[in-house]
Design a protein. Structure first.
Length: 252
C-alpha cells in the first residue's frame, strides 16, 4: 500500500477531510496536483504514481494464466464462459480497482474496504476521478467491512456475500506482512488469516499480497498454510527499493 512519498511532497499539503472512526484517524490531503491518504499519522499511499497497485492486479492475472491446464476429466477452476472473480482487499486511492475494471478478463470484482471515509471519497469526493468509471461498471461492488473479518468468516456457503469465493485475492491493506497499519491487521498474515484466504479462493485460485519489501517469513507462512508455487515478484518504483508482490496458489 505505502510507498515513499514522491518529489511532489515538497508542495504544501491541504487537508480535505479528516475522520475519526473505529480504527483511528484517517485523513485525505491534497498536495499539489495529487491526493494522499494518511491513517493514524502514517502515510499510506498517494495518487502520484499507482504503478504498484496496478501491477498487483496484473501479477494475479498473469499467475492465473500461467497455471497448467486442468487434467483430462477435471473441470477448470473458472470454466468458460465464466470469467475469473476477483477480490481486492483495500480500496486505497482506487488504482487497483480501476486497473481491474479496465480489463475485460475479470468477471465479478469485489472490493473490501473498512473505512467509510475512503468509500465516500471515491463515491462522492475527489478520488472519483480515479475510480468513477470502475464504480459505474456492473461487475464492481464495494463491501464495507473489515478484510480480516471477511476472510476469516466461517459462513462461506451460507447467504449473501459470505457465500462468495474468488479466483484471485489481491490484498493491499498494509505496508506489508511485517509492517501493518493497525495491530489487528497482523491476524491476516497469521495461520488463521491465511486459512481464511484459502477458504475464500476457488481451487487453483491465486493469493497476491502487496508489500513494500520482501518477507522470507511470509513466504514460509504461505507454504506452511498449504499454498503452492509460492514466489515473490519485484515491482520497480521510481525511488527507493522495489516493492514486491507475494504470490501463492490454492491447490486444485
Amino acid at each position: 500500500m505505502a510507498t515513499a512519498p514522491s518529489p511532489y511532497a515538497t508542495a504544501t499539503a491541504t487537508t480535505i477531510d479528516r475522520r475519526d472512526g473505529p480504527y483511528g484517524e484517517v485523513v485525505l490531503r491534497e498536495r499539489g496536483a495529487h491526493f494522499e491518504i494518511i491513517a493514524n499519522g502514517c502515510f499510506l499511499m498517494d495518487t502520484s504514481d499507482g504503478r504498484s497497485e496496478r501491477l498487483l492486479i496484473d501479477a494475479a492475472l498473469d499467475a492465473l494464466d500461467a497455471l497448467p491446464a486442468p487434467e483430462p476429466g477435471r473441470p477448470s477452476p473458472a470454466p468458460e464462459p465464466e470469467r475469473p472473480a476477483l477480490l481486492i482487499g483495500g480500496l486505497g486511492v482506487g488504482f487497483s480497482l480501476a486497473r481491474a475494471a479496465a480489463q475485460d478478463r475479470w468477471g465479478r470484482i469485489t472490493v473490501i474496504e473498512r473505512e467509510q471515509a475512503i468509500i465516500d471519497w471515491h463515491r462522492e469526493g475527489p478520488l472519483a476521478r480515479i475510480s468513477g468509471d470502475a464504480l459505474a461498471d456492473p461487475r464492481c461492488e464495494i463491501i464495507h467491512t473489515d478484510l480480516v473479518d471477511y476472510v476469516c468468516e466461517n459462513r462461506i456457503g451460507g447467504v449473501g456475500t459470505y457465500q462468495d469465493r474468488y479466483d484471485a485475492l489481491c490484498l493491499d491493506i498494509d505496508n506489508g506482512p511485517d509492517w501493518t497499519v493497525t495491530d489487528d491487521n497482523a491476524n491476516l498474515y497469521s495461520p488463521q488469516g491465511l486459512a481464511g484466504c484459502m477458504r475464500r479462493l476457488r481451487p487453483g485460485g491465486i493469493l497476491a499480497v502487496w508489500s513494500a519489501k520482501p518477507s522470507r517469513a511470509f513466504e514460509d507462512a504461505l507454504r506452511n498454510a498449504g499454498f503452492n508455487l509460492v514466489r515473490t515478484e519485484e515491482i520497480q518504483v521510481s525511488r527507493g527499493v522495489p516493492d514486491v508482490v507475494h504470490l501463492g496458489v490454492r491447490p486444485a
